[in-house]
Design a protein around this ligand. Structure first.
Ligand code: FES
Ligand code: FE
Length: 452
């Protein structure tokens, strides 16, 4: 442990804006991440709308552990390790559904929706000595808490509660979850695909990287911009097909406690140029309700990127919410959900789903730009020398400040790497700390250093 501890500290120098590439490739670091990050942080499991009735279940992951999330008879939500206690088979194989019991397909042990082992085939003959079924229920995820419809799990009984853990990222997340009465729901199924890159690349980009959009997405933006007449016709609205960074007056990046976000201040409730006309019209039609609930800044914020540490990302106005499930140091499995206001009309929900898939589905015209970058970077990092190279995270170094206009947290100009530096500092703090107390001490020290 001591060696790894020293290594981790040496690999991340957030104060000077440097990280060493091995953090994306080292198998020992990956194993430590599973224990100390995915074993201790709050991880997104599901949206409540996916499991509305008793017995409804949804299968997901916490790190690489398969997890089944189940609505209980009393309306509460529990989550279990999807692992039969007999010989480790998954007891639930469907992506989602409704059930009264989970019956293991291997030897037929059966578990109730509360995780209790209720039935063992041939029990009197196979276990003449007796089997204490109370001891062999499914392992329950230690803590499950919800935030405005989103369900999170945590294995660590000593972790801060979910709301405390979220800190100011909750303010940014409310811009999606709290626009209208009735909250949100997941539209359609989950799109899942694998990218050959470390999970931290996409998480970091959604936390901190507006900068790439100007260059990596230049061709997509050019198509929408240069053919603005056609694009507007195709999009079915009168919106101007110019990217927000060309029209916005000011912009902010937030980065604290490992979380990150970025957005531009705008004056009109205009959606991203790639969404369908029905979506743009819907945002205009519902603007006053959103403004009454969230205030002007967040109601107008229909573009921007976000990551709640470690792996929950979303894009405002685009309706994509995704989780980056780690699959070894060199792979990530993306799970993309389409999230929209529950009270939106059905044709608008369909338009949200179409728009999110077109831009950010597995073959989305913006998604492809991003995943190509991450996979190429990961290929470079297979090189022996490349793994040892220090990478530059100096953008906007020492530009951090606390704003006075109500936008909370440690902030900087949007074209900075404040959130990335904060994310890697928090990442290293978690890897190095034995307890949450120690994590929080380290994080507070870093915040003081950043703001001095
Ligand atoms: Fe599940 Fe044997 S592995 S019953
Ligand atoms: Fe991108």
């Amino acid at each position: 442990m001591t060696t790894t501890k020293l290594n981790v500290d040496a690999l991340v120098d957030a104060g000077n804006g440097r990280v060493t590439s091995a953090i994306y490739t080292d198998p020992a670091i990956y194993e430590l991440e599973m224990e100390r990050i995915f074993g201790r942080c709050w991880l997104f499991l599901a949206h409540e709308s996916q499991i509305p009735k008793a017995g409804d279940f949804f299968n997901t992951y916490m790190g690489e552990d398969p997890i089944v999330v189940v609505r209980q008879k009393d309306g509460s939500i529990k989550a279990f390790l999807n692992q039969c206690r007999h010989r480790s088979m998954r007891v639930s194989h469907a992506d989602s559904g409704n059930t009264r019991a989970f019956t293991c397909p291997y030897h037929g042990w059966s578990y109730g929706v509360d995780g209790a082992l209720i039935e063992v085939p041939l029990e009197p003959r196979a276990y003449p000595q007796g089997l204490c079924k109370e001891k062999w229920g499914l392992l329950e995820v230690t803590r499950v808490e919800t935030y405005k419809g989103l369900v999170f799990g945590n294995w660590d009984a000593t972790a801060p509660d979910l709301r405390t853990y979220m800190g100011d990222i909750a303010w940014y997340l409310d811009g999606v979850l709290d626009r209208r009465e009735g909250g949100t729901e997941i539209i359609g199924g989950v799109q899942k695909w694998v990218i050959d890159c470390n999970w931290k690349f996409p998480a970091e980009q959604f936390a901190s990287d507006q900068y790439h959009a100007l260059f990596s997405h230049a061709s997509a933006v050019e198509v929408l911009g240069a053919k603005s007449g056609d694009a507007n016709k195709a999009l079915g609205s009168g919106q101007t097909a110019r990217p927000v960074w060309e029209t916005a007056k000011d912009a902010v990046q937030y980065g604290e406690d490992g979380h990150g976000s970025g957005f531009f201040f705008t004056e009109k409730p205009d959606a991203n140029v790639w969404v369908d006309g029905e979506v743009s019209q819907y945002f205009r039609d519902t603007y006053s309700e959103a403004e009454a609930r969230l205030g002007k800044v967040r109601a107008l914020r229909l573009a921007g990127h976000n990551n709640m540490f470690p792996t929950l990302s979303w894009l405002n106005g685009t309706a994509t919410l995704r989780v980056w499930h780690p699959r070894g140091p060199h792979q990530v499995e993306v799970w993309a959900f389409c999230i929209a206001d529950k009270n939106a009309p059905d044709d608008v929900k369909a338009a949200f789903e179409r728009s999110a898939t077109r831009a950010f589905g597995p073959a989305g015209f913006l998604e492809q730009d991003d995943s190509e970058n991450w996979a190429e970077v990961q290929k470079v990092l297979r090189g022996h020398r490349a793994k040892k190279t220090r990478l530059c995270l100096e953008m906007g170094l020492h530009g951090e400040r606390v704003r006075e206009d109500g936008v909370p947290g440690i902030t900087n100009y949007i074209f900075s790497e404040t959130a990335a530096r904060g994310m890697y500092r928090r990442w290293a703090d978690l890897l190095m700390s034995e307890s949450w107390e120690e994590v929080n001490e380290r994080t507070s020290a870093y915040k003081q250093e950043v703001l001095k």
